[in-house]
Write a protein that binds this ligand. Structure first.
Ligand code: NOJ
Length: 508
């Protein structure tokens, strides 16, 4: 619960073999950065065998490493090194769909009575010969169904046609996918990030979505209560193992009350991603609504999680629009009660890359946030070639790890100080949280545990603020300031524009 988890998108993290695509040896070679930074765990996005129609979220073999990323031996070495350095390893698990090249699907489409036919969701055409219902797939208003001409039936895919949905109503699917979890648990992984977990259970009747609400691919419309049984069984698999093996569910339902149901009284997920805050603008009132929703819906039933950026959304540095805001957002993320997820590169203040149309590769238009991580200021940025699979993010020769490490005032050092502060303060890691009444444009809260106390003030406005609670906080000392100024001194009672501070009671 007290961990901070750092997401690595393996294609974009670090390349060890000269092909311009990151790999597991590249990750292994840079674990020291993560230890220096002070995170507790890494989450690796998929590195399994895949034709890469969805860059690894289309898995053709769940129990092997794609040669692009290395080998199983590389994975074992990575886990061994990470554990030796005190880092836990969480891997992605993609249960809603396989690749269309997975041997199960290759078999399934061979004939209507193939062994694996019922691993997938097949239906006859609707009476007019079209798709069986009106569901639409992700990325484009197209049917979530593809006709397989050879067998005359349609198969369901909430994502690309190359990503056929598994049928989790079939116990054989559950058993086979549980074995996949065991395969990685046996190799020593500490947990799983579970892809589109909320969509596993489908209403067997596959009713049409309300046309008024379309298109909302794989959203609440496809959320079915049978998913909770599926999730409880997954939890059961984790509990066959010793230690703190955890699961974090990608619950892509933009409703915090629904997200909360996935904790299921301690029998569901350990953590659920709650995405509404990721869509909130840089605005105190909007964030207050989000923090209150989490306090109301999630805190009574489970431990919250917080995430500002990932491989599916424009980076928050890009969304919020300024370096000062990205710094204040770091204080926000690391000051709230719950498990923070950092997305590799946010500690460098990276913006999305500008990806010209001829270099765009992702069917979902998400290339910008997947730009490679610059490790140094040289033309190859510490990669084995300057020709990485995607263009570099802006200012890669200034916002690189090596350059920022030499600058105490950099955002990288801010993240490091925040992580140290968090780790050493019981109030910040596990403490209670109380929102405080703050002037307009400021979000303020207090954390408390075992006599330890911290107060966090975030100024979401471009103006200085010194009224109300801000001016009244002069009895506190600045532990961390988003602009790096005034740390270790008394808080002066004014927040500068877009400044956030983490305060501790002043020592008498
Ligand atoms: C969510 C993942 O984060 C995204 O990258 C992927 O495309 C979809 N699930 C489908 O697996």
């Amino acid at each position: 619960m007290s961990a901070v988890i750092y997401q690595i998108y393996p294609r974009s993290f670090a390349d060890s073999d000269g092909d311009g695509v990151g790999d597991l040896q590249g990750v292994r070679a840079h674990l020291d950065h993560l230890v220096w930074l002070g995170v507790d765990a890494i989450w690796l996005s998929p590195f399994y065998r895949s034709p890469m129609a969805d860059f690894g979220y289309d898995v053709s073999d769940y129990c092997d490493v794609d040669p692009l990323f290395g080998t199983l031996a590389d994975f074992d070495a990575l886990v061994a090194d990470a554990h030796a350095l005190g880092l836990k390893v969480v891997v992605d698990w993609v249960p809603n769909h396989t690749s269309d090249r997975h041997r199960w699907f290759v078999d399934a489409r061979a004939s209507r009575d193939a062994d694996h036919r019922d691993f997938y969701v097949w239906r006859d055409p609707s009476p007019d010969g079209g798709p069986p219902n009106n569901w639409v797939r992700a990325w484009g208003e197209q049917p979530a169904w593809t006709l397989d001409p050879a067998t005359g039936q349609w198969y369901l895919h909430l994502f690309l046609p190359e990503q056929p949905d598994l049928d989790w109503q079939n116990p054989a699917v559950a058993a086979a996918m549980h074995d996949v979890l065991r395969f990685w648990l046996d190799r020593g992984v500490d947990g799983f990030r579970m892809d589109v977990l909320h969509a596993l259970g489908k209403d067997p009747a596959l009713p049409d979505d309300d046309p008024e609400l379309l298109p909302i691919p794989h959203s609440a419309l496809n959320h079915h209560r049978s998913t909770h049984d599926i999730v409880r069984n997954l939890r059961g698999v984790l509990e066959e193992y010793d230690g703190d093996r955890m699961m974090v569910g990608e619950i892509f339902l933009l409703d915090t009350a629904l997200v909360a149901t996935y904790y299921d009284g301690g029998e569901g997920v350990h953590l659920a991603f709650n995405f509404p805050p990721l869509y909130a603008p840089w605005d105190a009132a909007s964030w207050q609504v989000q923090v209150e929703a989490v306090a109301r819906e999630i805190e009574p039933v489970g431990w919250p999680s917080w995430v500002l950026s990932n491989h599916d959304q424009p980076r928050h540095r890009t969304r919020y629009g300024s370096p000062a805001r990205a710094r204040a957002a770091a204080v926000l993320l690391l000051g709230l009660r719950g498990t923070p997820f950092l997305y590799a590169g946010e500690e460098l203040g990276l913006e999305d890359a500008e990806v010209p149309a001829e270099r765009a590769v992702d069917p979902g238009g998400r290339d910008g946030c997947r730009a490679p991580i610059p490790w140094d200021a040289t033309p190859t940025h510490g990669w084995s070639t300057a020709d990485a699979w995607l263009p570099w993010p802006p200012d890669a020769d200034r916002r690189d790890v090596a350059s920022l490490r030499t600058q105490e005032t950099s955002i990288l050092h801010l993240y490091r100080r925040l992580l140290t502060e968090r780790r050493t303060s019981p109030a910040l890691t596990l403490g209670e949280q109380e929102l405080l009444r703050a002037p307009d444009g400021v979000l303020a809260w207090q954390r408390r545990a075992d006599g330890d106390e911290r107060r966090v003030l975030v100024n979401f406005t471009g103006e200085a603020v010194s009224d109300g609670l801000v001016g009244q906080s002069t009895g506190w000392a600045v532990r961390v300031s988003s602009d790096g100024r005034g740390e270790a001194g008394p808080f002066g009672g004014t927040l500068r524009p877009d400044q956030a501070v983490m305060l501790a009671p002043a020592v008498e």
